[in-house]
Design a protein around this ligand. Structure first.
Ligand code: UDP
Length: 473
């Protein structure tokens, strides 16, 4: 079997962005498309990472590469293979980059051998596939060892680091030291934000490109209020909806129906007119489900008639996510120990994961149903759920950490919480918005405009084009 596996990349029409952009910006984008055809004629833009499925990076690649292809660029996606010790090691590196010890192991000479030996067959295959006129974008630490051999072949190489923390630690510096020799030969290093840039890299090669969302994907596409109600009725969260069908469009454009129920812990069903406060997150302590629920019960419930919906993926059936299960159980235990009048206003939802696009459509409906979206995380890289809520013109209350600060302008396109552990401030911010619908509406509109200008695929595609132009000229 080959070491390198090709992922089929779709083709999406970039013209759809015309409906979302003002004419001037769209004209600039069209001009960039023309420039890209000229610049990239006869070249392949290769993307290399270590997984075709799961996680935000893969999700973003699916749509960005499909739009690039739709614009006439030959954008390809290859996935490297590795051994168990290699993936154990790269998981440790990933944890260290986030200041976590992971399995507590070393990053020394023995680990270099594991890393380089596992990458050797990938390198041997891949350097035969590329031509010197091509461009390769290497994503994250796993394939970083490919950079030097590609440079020796005369290829332009971009290293894209998707992870980072605001304040470096001994552990993150240790991971940088391990990776730096592999990364250094690249022509450019792309980070999501300034604070994530490693020490010791050539500043002239640094580019900042923030993540984006796909406005047309099942997660973010427009849904009518009737469709939202129908989808939520189908999941069991709201009562039957006579007017709409629970439908959405798949990535390939084909219509589909939401068919699965969610697992829900609640005092009673959500009614059509009930105001909703929503947090969507994996079941992870760093998303602070306990604080979100307790802060709502103490600070929002007495002031308003709102309900809290806390939704995450269905982990009950997933054996290999013990932490997710544990965190969900903690949330359910808290729920069960609350008085009945609090439980009446709480809905913990485990959203089925059998079909990722169906899951995305349910998340989309929940976000569109919400009056206020919350992301009260303790730690966050970017926080895609924030951009997703903003795109749906929801006022978002979120922690002033990581990339959330780049998305929300405090008081204008959302509310930033200075101290994510201050439950009183969180409760006040949420209640304040629920009690002032005019301010909430204006904030939601500003939020949507901000995402339209800053966090849609168009911005990222144009930044990559500029960067490729710079390193190939
Ligand atoms: N998400 C989802 N289904 C769920 C829960 C979350 O699709 O049941 C999505 C969510 O909409 C977002 C992503 O998972 O697109 C989470 O990304 P984010 O950056 O917010 O946090 P992370 O999970 O990467 O820490």
């Amino acid at each position: 079997m080959s070491a390198i596996q090709t992922v089929n990349v779709g083709r999406l029409p970039f013209e759809r962005f015309e409906s979302l952009m003002d004419p001037e910006r769209y004209a600039a984008f069209r001009a960039a498309v023309d420039r890209s055809r000229e610049l990239l004629d006869g070249r392949i833009v290769w993307n290399v990472n270590s997984t075709a499925r799961g996680g935000g990076v893969a999700e973003m690649l699916v749509s960005l590469l499909a739009y690039a292809n739709g614009a006439g660029v030959n954008a390809r996606w290859e996935v490297i293979s590795g051994t168990d010790p290699f993936f154990g090691l790269t998981k440790r590196i990933h944890n260290n980059l986030h200041s976590a010890a992971g399995d507590g192991g070393d990053l020394g000479e023995a680990e270099r051998r594991i890393y380089e030996e596992a990458l050797a067959p990938n390198i041997a295959e891949f350097v035969e596939m590329v031509r010197p006129q091509d461009v390769v974008i290497v994503h994250d630490p796993q394939p970083a060892g490919l950079i030097e051999p590609l440079k020796e072949r005369g290829v332009a190489v971009i290293w894209r680091c998707h992870v980072g923390i605001d304040v470096p630690s001994e552990l993150s510096r240790r991971a940088w030291s391990f990776l730096r020799p592999y990364v250094e030969p690249a022509d450019a290093y792309v980070f999501s934000r300034r604070q994530f840039v490693w020490e010791g890299l050539d500043d002239d090669k640094i580019e900042l490109i923030a993540p984006v969302i796909d406005a047309f994907a099942a997660k973010n596409q427009e849904l009518s209020p009737e469709t939202v109600s129908a989808i939520l009725a189908c999941t069991g969260l709201e009562g039957d909806s006579p007017d709409g069908d629970p439908v959405f469009l798949r990535e390939d454009g084909s219509p589909e129906r939401v068919v699965r129920r969610a697992t829900i812990w609640e005092g009673s069903e959500l009614n059509a007119g009930d105001p909703v406060v929503l947090q969507i997150s994996r079941w992870d302590r760093l998303k602070d489900p306990i604080g979100v629920i307790q802060g709502f019960v103490d600070g929002v419930l007495p002031q308003t008639d709102a309900h809290l919906v806390y939704a995450g993926p269905d982990v009950t059936a997933v054996a290999d996510d013990p932490e997710g299960k544990e965190v969900l159980e903690e949330a359910v235990t808290l729920f069960q120990n609350l008085p009945a009048q609090a439980r009446e206003r709480l809905h913990l939802v485990a959203v089925p994961m059998d079909d990722v696009e169906e899951n995305a459509a349910i998340i989309n409906a929940l976000q569109r149903r919400a009056d206020v979206v919350v992301q009260k995380s303790i730690a966050e890289g970017f926080g895609l759920t924030v951009a997703e809520g903003m795109w749906k013109a929801r006022p978002v209350v979120a922690s002033r950490i990581g990339g959330i600060q780049d998305q929300i302008e405090d008081g204008v396109s959302g509310v930033l919480l200075d101290d994510p552990t201050d439950l009183g401030a969180y409760g006040e911010a949420v209640s304040g918005l629920l009690l002032d619908p005019e301010r909430a509406r204006a904030m939601g509109e500003a939020a949507q405009a901000r995402v339209r200008n800053e966090f849609l695929a168009v911005r990222s595609l144009m930044q990559y084009l500029d960067l490729i132009e710079k390193i190939t000229s």
